[in-house]
Write a protein that binds this ligand. Structure first.
Ligand SMILES: O=C(O)C(=O)C[C@]1(C(=O)O)C=C[C@@H](O)C=C1
Length: 364
């Protein structure tokens, strides 16, 4: 016979929870006071512009993960501290972050995942406008998509970087679930589907299988698709659940993306550099001449110093016909001695080299 383990009376457990909550509240406010003091210390050091420290935030979150003994899972514990730091930073200086709007896009989800919910988000109409908002000091930072695991690179972001003085100071990954939403009573009532071209591409097989005859129209964002779908009961949108909430659309089918691990990587762009944390990435762009072996020679710089390459993309340089630039992500921070040596050698072997930034690897 199994015996029921003895449990304390409910009232007694709740009394302890009340006492713990009071202690947690005292401690988080003590932490918030420390953040206010940090702000004064930064001002005293003449560092007004750099209240946000992505390197320090990554290290705080990694430490929480190491310290966590449960029963809360690591991601949950880290999310709590993500929110706590976000609130502390808002006391130091409220941040304005630009993203590809409107409200309810995956980009906005990326902003909150990376900065926590105490930042002010500013939706803009295009990826280029995210860059503009930060370049013109209308926002402190911007968040732009850079690649999707199903559809590959986001060309607009890479091309805009070629003309921008901004730096990459962080990265964040968002698991992207696509949903079909609309007021139709069944799939057979749908005559037109709206979505952003990236999302349509991520659901191509599902659409071919389930709605092969339906007209598909690409629009500027998933949230705009949801807005259009909300106006016509024979229309549907493919978008994230946040867009369904904003436009009060019933979700007809969930997770219709073709790849089970469909993930978009976003980068944080700003005017400051991030200090080394021990687990960093460096992004750069370079161009070589067309002579045989030029790319091989450039990449040899990394192999020579044992630097791992995480990603490589080529894009037209937009300067000469059939001339290309290469966007590369490598392991390590530009201030790490081996990375610095490799970059020195690379500079000697290429026509143009632009460092886009060194930043902590995504933590959450
Ligand atoms: O350590 C700092 O520089 C702080 O400003 C404190 C703090 C935090 O709450 O831990 C807040 C904001 C920064 O982005 C990093 C960390």
């Amino acid at each position: 016979m199994s015996s029921i383990p003895s449990v304390r009376p409910l009232a007694e457990i709740r009394t302890e929870i009340d006492a713990i909550d009071a202690e947690i509240l005292r401690l988080i406010n003590r932490r918030a006071q420390c953040a206010e003091e940090v702000a004064k210390a930064k001002i005293a050091d003449g560092e007004q512009g750099t209240f946000y420290r992505p390197d320090r935030e990554a290290m705080v979150l990694r430490r929480i993960k190491d310290l966590n003994r449960g029963p809360l899972p690591d991601p949950t514990a880290m999310r709590f501290f993500r929110e706590l730091m976000s609130a502390c930073l808002a006391l130091e200086k409220p941040l304005e972050v630009a993203f590809l709007g409107p409200e309810g896009t995956f980009s906005q989800q990326a902003v909150f995942k990376h900065f926590g919910s105490s930042v002010n988000t500013q939706p803009v109409a295009a990826i280029s406008d995210v860059f503009n908002a930060v370049e013109l000091d209308k926002c402190h930072f911007g968040v732009v998509p850079v690649e999707n695991s199903t559809e590959g690179v986001i060309n607009h972001t890479l091309d805009r970087f070629l003309m921008s003085p901004l730096r990459i100071c962080g990265e964040v990954e968002v698991r992207v679930h696509q949903n079909l939403m609309g007021h139709a009573a069944s799939l057979s009532e749908i005559r037109e589907i709206f979505s952003h071209q990236q999302s349509l591409a991520q659901c191509r097989l599902w659409l071919d299988r389930h709605l092969p005859q339906v007209k598909v129209t690409a629009v500027s964002s998933n949230a705009e698709a949801a807005r259009l779908a909300s106006l016509d009961k024979h229309a549907a949108a493919i978008a994230g659940v946040a867009a369904a909430e904003v436009y009060q659309l019933p979700v007809l089918e969930t997770s219709i993306e073709d790849q089970a691990n469909n993930t978009t990587r976003f980068i944080v762009i700003g005017k400051q550099d991030s200090a080394p944390t021990g687990k960093d990435k460096t992004s750069l762009v370079f161009s070589t001449g067309n002579q045989p072996g030029a790319l091989y020679k450039a990449l040899e710089s990394f192999a020579k110093f044992g630097i791992g390459m995480v990603n490589i993309e080529s894009r037209p340089s937009r300067q000469g016909l059939w001339e290309y630039v290469f966007f590369i992500d490598i392991d390590g921070h530009g201030a790490d001695p081996k990375v610095a040596e490799a970059l020195g050698l690379l500079r000697a072997n290429v026509n143009m080299l632009k460092l886009l930034g060194s930043y902590p690897k995504a933590v959450l």
